[in-house]
Design a protein around this ligand. Structure first.
Ligand code: UT7
Length: 404
């Protein structure tokens, strides 16, 4: 079991040169600390492959920036597929009912990718909305974190999103794969890059299409999941404006047996083997199995670990649960939301829930629910939001943040 807890206001200073060229981005920085402020001169070479095609890589200096040691959330956006599948629709293909699903989970509808829709397309739509709210141009982004376990490209979709958004400076872009905890881990990763790496504008996307890995004959899982994308822009700021107040993150591989979609045993084609070559070579094409879940164990894990994690984050933030304006959990099951709220003594009208409309959208569920709550006027500037992700891995974690 690995545990990591962090206090956002504790940050790593760095001086001298940094070279991130292995990411296709090189960055040298000089840093002088004046009380709560760092003056960071970023002289970064940020060139795409095409920029290099005609000659040796060149270095274009970036503008000097005055960065603080805090970070704040300045924009959010979301996108969902067109196709809506109701509980009654599912009752036509498996032995279930609208009543069973809505009573046991709170879910009534979910959205599923169809036609020409792609997960990358949803992520781009959500990102554009978040950038618009944040009034940040794609060219101003320093980092894109695509949190997904179901990318359109096995090797990751982050760079594709960078390209489609038209980021001329080619910010570093990569994927984070941590299922339903993906967005929460993306958020804390963004904070770390801002604090320790001198990054200023970070786009954190949570997007998943678990419908691709659902066994549509298994009533125990197919009723739960939906597809969606959500995004936030996290921005560097001075310490006194810091809005990511505390976090707590964990993983426990021993629990993987309760929730997984592992690689299937390949049927080796044995072409060479049949010709007296190496047995089992070349290998057959790999694919993943459908989602396997022990729902009761995952339920128990969530209601035990999530309140503990939020309490740990509150301690790090120097707050108590009475300071929480909104409890924003990964939207897995209404009964989990209710149980966690009861343990933390948070009234039900302070719990954000939209899973009736979308089901469990994995890494997308937190930014999707946040975006709806912000645009719907529920979450307002200055509100304290306690958020937590949990799921396959097992992974889980929480963060206390101030919106706006
Ligand atoms: O992001 C994290 C991902 N996963 C989760 O968060 C899942 C957490 N777990 C859960 O949400 C719940 O465990 C479920 C919703 C998956 C299941 O609810 P439950 O109250 O734990 O039901 P159960 O598995 O104990 O099943 C109770 C009964 C069983 O029948 P018997 O053995 O009592 O005759 C099931 O076969 O309900 C049956 N059942 C269903 N019946 C109608 C299971 N699924 C269905 C269904 N429709 N869809």
């Amino acid at each position: 079991m690995a545990n990591a807890t962090g206090l956002i206001s504790a940050y790593a200073t760095c001086t001298g040169r940094r070279n991130l060229s292995s990411y296709g981005i090189s960055r040298s920085g000089f840093l002088s600390v004046e009380r709560n402020m760092k003056r960071v001169f970023l002289c970064s070479a940020v060139e795409g492959v095409e920029g290099h095609a005609s000659g040796a890589p060149s270095s274009k200096p970036r503008a000097s920036r005055l960065l603080g040691k805090g970070c704040k959330l300045v924009g959010c956006g979301s996108a969902v597929p067109e196709l809506m599948i109701s509980n009654d629709d599912l009752a036509k293909i498996v032995d279930t009912s609208d009543e069973w699903i809505s009573v046991r989970t709170g879910i009534r509808n979910r959205r599923i990718l169809s036609g020409n829709e792609t997960l990358t397309g949803l992520a781009i739509e959500a990102s554009r909305k978040a950038l618009h709210m944040a009034q940040v141009e794609p060219d101003e982004l320093d980092l894109i974190l695509m949190c997904t376990s179901t990318p359109d490209d096995l090797f990751g979709s982050g760079p594709q999103i960078q390209k489609e958004l038209g980021c001329k400076r080619n910010p570093l872009a990569f994927d984070i794969r941590a299922a339903c905890s993906g967005f929460l881990l993306g958020l804390t990763t963004a904070g770390s890059f801002i604090r320790a790496g001198g990054f200023e504008n970070v786009l954190v996307i949570g997007a998943d299409a678990l419908s691709r890995y659902v066994d549509w004959t298994d009533r125990g899982t197919c009723i739960l999941f939906g597809d969606a994308a959500g995004a936030v822009v996290v921005q560097a700021c001075n310490d006194d404006e810091n809005a990511l107040l505390g976090y707590d993150v964990h993983s426990d591989g021993d629990g993987q047996k309760y929730l997984n979609a592992t690689i299937k045993d390949k049927e080796a084609e044995n072409v060479l083997g049949s010709n007296n070559g190496a047995a089992g070579f070349p290998p057959g094409l790999s694919s993943y199995s459908c989602i396997q879940m022990n729902g009761q164990e995952v339920f128990r894990f969530a209601v035990r670990c999530v309140p503990q994690s939020i309490e740990a984050s509150l301690v790090k933030a120097g707050l108590t649960s009475s300071s929480i304006d909104w409890l924003l959990l990964h939207q897995a099951n209404q009964r989990i939301l209710d149980a966690v709220a009861t343990r933390l003594r948070i009234p039900s009208d302070h719990v954000i829930s939209n899973l009736a409309n979308y089901g469990n959208t994995s890494a997308a569920s937190i930014p999707l629910a946040l975006d709806e709550a912000v645009r719907g006027g529920k979450v307002q500037a200055g509100n304290i939001v306690a958020t937590a992700g949990f799921g396959a891995g097992l992974t889980w974690g929480s963060a206390i943040m101030r919106w706006g």
